[in-house]
Design a protein around this ligand. Structure first.
Ligand code: ATP
Ligand code: MG
Length: 874
């Protein structure tokens, strides 16, 4: 017996394990890095006739060029590096040995100045199969006198019968450089357009802008895989650059690392060893434009003009209060506290947590920085401006569009070993630290928003002794080290950083208030003024009283004494003045009283508004909770066993009971249990359907600008599916065949509106059906129906064959907490629908027409109150 290995595993390893083209390219770049290269050039060529071998890193020998190009189809990819290359021996033992241990051996005698190899498993290059059917390896090293060219045609390799002896032809050519490797991918498996935007690239070529393709034409996936592959966060001592070319011309890649300086918050932590124990320092640094933003939100729109300060002002404010911030935005965590907190955070793994320090000591120092941004155009424009003015951003050409794409490509918290990223962690959509999950707890406001966060975590494990990626490069191998690493990072992010950002907010708020930068609400100031005023007038009145008394006394004295006419005259006018003064003061007093009363009314109004706002917030809060709950339900459902599986379990138990003659248990316990379970299960599945449906209405950062044009008919068609069961159960026709409209409404709005209306209609139709059983005046001959019709382009009517709206509620139908339903109606549905429609200029009304039961029954939905004629002509 002997162990045979079918070369088909090569295909498994390369094509199927590495699941994306961009990861395949990254693998080949990593090999160049391992070969000590200073440069890697990647060429994308969509048409071999327009490729003139410009910008080649290494000259191409004419003969060799011919040998490769002769059977070249139109498109190809070339990856070349100026590393140490391979001789015959390295080709054999390295490239052509699957699972080669060449790099493992290399690591054993590595010196401090060498690059620690990124390679480990000996399978990375097999990913080349994803890219093309044929691969040419062109390489040479210092010791070789020739350049070697090897052609690999993967299929003939893999499907070879005599797999123990695969001969590979090596041809030789004159050397054009001392050492290098160049991979030619011909007969591509992929469409180049999936890596670069060919259409845009060609357009740019046609514009004659061929010397430098100024616009970014790299596709998102490739961009985010290559971007930050080598850590841009540290000042690299070593030189290693990746350059992309389309046809003959350089393609700029938008790493734009400078923009990192526009972050409004910079979180950092360092885990290190101190006297044999783990010690963590963490902190938050805020930028002037953070304070500015908080200020803006505090003062609101109206007063912003007069109180708004310059960007420089906020910088000096920050400087002035530096110590105060520092005190609350820094923490040192000892090993003891760390373990205590880990256990508290996740009590299921106490044993592992007990060993956390030992694990961490293997991979310290661990350093991290996490930058958080705001993407809103206005806020980010202001941030960029401030960053420029305050000297944080040197490049004055950068703008919000740059920032937006910077975040788009590079968001995520990435893990680095030395200078290179470990697998694809923290790439777009790879939420390995479950930040999103954490956001549903506590105040979202103070948590990381995935898409607006860029960060790195750097571990010290140069030889990959503890932290390794899995073969598909999409996650870490699960072991105690990687588990603890993730736990500790999550702890720091979700506890300490959360606290910092909360503290930063409240301190900023306090400082702004203390500095008198936040106006007190104007109504309070007014009240205070009036009160002061009243007091002054009151005092005056008291004084006047004294004055009057004195005047009287003088008068009495004058009447007895001999006085000059002049003096008597003067005294008389004094008396007149006093009377006037008294009148004036009385007048002032009554008018302030009036003002006071008016003010009270204003206050009353405000309370009503506040109450309304409060109610709205309550609704919003309900929405949030619904979102969380449905999310949770969904995750329960996705983890639920399939129906087949549970049925299988049930069958087994059933058989067991019946075989063992346990009839009693079968009928009394088992059967009810099973039917109850099935009921719950089917309800859950309904719920799941509902969730996917509802999910679309969750507005993330929804604004009224989120309008989208909806095909109302198509929408109703979809919605009908949601009601299918109910409609069938109550035998109701839903007819919307006349609808032919495209409405521009905020995302999710139609769902709320129609869901409510149809749900109501079904309810009232059913009520009619129930009543008709005992009261024939409620029976109808035709089949029940809900009809949705349109009137022109801007109005939809919806009516049903149900009872209609009870007279007692017809005038207050759209008020909150009004429901015609006896017990179970919350009475919020139509209120919300109306408010929602109003919020974007639309409206709903109950038309005056009455049905055969004497009730109003037709609802009209009007898209816009103020039909703007101009809209169409624009
Ligand atoms: N650009 C290159 N320059 C020099 N040698 C190379 C180059 N690319 C590949 N090799 C050789 O081919 C071998 C196989 O590469 P491969 O990427 O499959 O495995 P690895 O890098 O050793 O490990 P890993 O699977 O973790 O990447 C390498 O060990 C190296 O000896
Ligand atoms: Mg490799």
């Amino acid at each position: 017996m002997r162990l045979k290995i079918n070369p088909r595993v090569i295909e498994q390893l390369g094509k199927e394990l590495i699941t994306s083209d961009e990861i395949a390219i990254v693998e080949l770049i990593k090999n160049s890095y391992d070969a000590g290269a200073k440069k890697t050039n990647i060429h994308f060529i969509d048409n071999k006739f327009s490729f003139y071998f410009q910008n080649m890193l290494i000259d191409v020998d004419q003969e060799l060029k011919y040998a490769v190009m002769k059977d070249l189809k139109d498109a190809c990819i070339i990856i070349e590096d100026n590393g140490h290359g391979m001789g015959l021996n390295e080709l054999q033992e390295g490239f052509f040995t699957i699972g080669t241990t060449i790099k493992k051996l290399q690591k054993q005698n590595i010196s401090n100045n060498d690059r620690a190899p990124l390679g480990d498993k000996g399978i990375g290059r097999l990913a080349a199969q994803r890219l093309s059917k044929r691969l040419y390896i062109e390489t040479t090293n210092d010791e070789s006198n020739h350049t070697y060219l090897v052609s690999v045609e993967w299929e003939s390799f893999i499907y070879n019968e005599k797999y123990s002896e695969l001969d590979i032809d090596v041809s030789t050519f004159p050397k054009t450089a001392k050492s290098y490797t160049r991979l030619w991918f011909t007969d591509l498996n992929l469409n180049l357009d999936s890596l670069i935007d060919l259409k845009k690239a060609k357009e740019l070529m046609d514009d004659g802008d061929s010397t430098n393709i100024g616009t970014n034409i790299i596709r998102d996936n490739l961009q985010s895989a290559l971007g930050f592959l080598m850590s841009p966060f540290k000042n690299l001592k070593e030189e290693f650059s990746i350059n992309l070319y389309y046809r003959n011309f350089p393609v700029p890649s938008s790493s734009g690392i400078n923009l990192i300086n526009v972050a409004e918050n910079e979180y950092a932590f360092k885990i290190e060893e101190k006297d044999g124990e783990i010690n963590i320092t963490c902190g938050l640094v805020i930028k002037p434009w953070y304070i500015e933003r908080i200020h803006q939100t505090l003062i609101g729109k109206e007063s912003s003009l007069e109180i708004r300060k310059s960007h420089l002002f906020y910088a000096s404010l920050l400087k002035q209060h530096k110590d105060r911030f520092n005190k609350s935005l820094k923490s040192i965590v000892s090993q003891k506290t760390l373990i205590k907190e880990l256990k508290r955070m996740n009590p299921n793994h106490n044993l592992l947590h007990e060993n956390a320090a030992t694990m961490l000591l293997d991979i310290v120092p661990i350093e991290a920085k996490i930058y958080s941004f705001k993407r809103d155009p206005k806020i980010s424009a202001s941030a960029i401006e401030s960053a420029k003015e305050n000297g944080y951003l040197k490049n004055i050409n950068l703008n919000t569009t740059n920032l937006r794409s910077f975040l788009e490509y590079h968001n995520g918290i990435k893990l680095y070993r030395g200078n290179c990223r470990v697998s694809t962690l923290g790439d777009k959509d790879n939420d390995w630290l479950q930040l999103q999950q954490a956001r549903t707890r506590g105040q979202q406001f103070f948590r990381f928003e995935l898409g607006n966060t860029i960060g790195y975590i750097n571990i010290n494990d140069p030889l990959q002794s503890y932290i390794k990626e899995i073969s598909s490069r999409q996650d870490l191998i699960q072991n105690e080290h990687s588990f603890i690493l993730k736990e500790v990072i999550k702890l720091i992010l979700n506890k300490y950083f959360y606290e910092f950002s909360r503290n930063a907010y409240y301190i900023t708020q306090d400082i702004l208030k203390e500095e008198g930068l936040v106006p007190r609400r104007s109504i309070d100031t007014l009240k205070e003024e009036i009160k002061n005023n009243q007091k002054v007038v009151q005092d005056n009145r008291d004084d006047l009283k004294h004055f009057d008394q004195n005047l009287k006394k003088i008068n009495e004295y004058f009447s007895k004494a001999e006085v000059d006419d002049d003096v008597r005259k003067a005294f008389g006018s004094l008396q007149d003045t006093s009377v006037n003064l008294k009148r004036n003061i009385e007048y002032t007093l009554t008018s302030t009283e009036k003002t006071n009363r008016a003010l009270e009314r204003v206050e009353q109004e405000r309370k009503i508004i506040e109450l309304e706002t409060y109610n709205n917030y309550k609704l919003m809060a309900n929405g949030l909770i619904t979102e969380v709950i449905t999310h949770e339900l969904h995750s329960i459902l996705s983890n639920l066993d399939s129906e087949d599986k549970t049925n299988y379990h049930f069958e087994n138990i059933e058989n067991h009971l019946l075989i063992n003659d346990a009839d009693d248990i079968y009928t009394e316990d088992f059967k009810p249990l099973k039917s109850r379970f099935n009921l719950i299960n089917s309800k859950m599945l309904d719920m799941n359907q509902f969730y996917t449906f509802l999910e679309r209405t969750f507005l993330y950062k929804g604004t009224h600008e989120d309008f989208e044009t909806q095909d109302v008919f198509g929408f109703l068609e979809d919605l009908e599916k949601r009601f299918e069961k109910k409609l069938k159960k109550y035998k109701i026709n839903l007819d919307y065949s006349k609808i032919d409209l495209n409405w521009k409404v905020p995302r999710g709005a139609l769902i709320h509106v129609f869901y409510n209306l149809i749900d109501n209609a079904i309810f009232w139709v059913n009520q009619r059906q129930i009543k008709s059983r005992t009261d024939k005046s409620y029976s109808i001959d035709e089949r029940d129906s809900i009809v949705i019709d349109q009137v022109g382009e801007n109005m939809i009517l919806i009516k049903d064959s149900g009872i209609g709206v009870f007279k007692r509620v017809e005038n207050i139908l759209f008020h909150p907490l009004v429901s015609g339903k006896d017990r179970n109606g919350r009475g919020m549905g139509l209120y919300i629908v109306k408010k929602l429609l109003n919020s974007f200029g639309a409206d709903i009304e109950l038309l005056p027409d009455r049905n055969r039961f004497g009730n109003k029954y037709i609802f009209s939905i009007i898209l816009r109150n103020d039909l703007e004629e101009g809209d169409d002509s624009e």
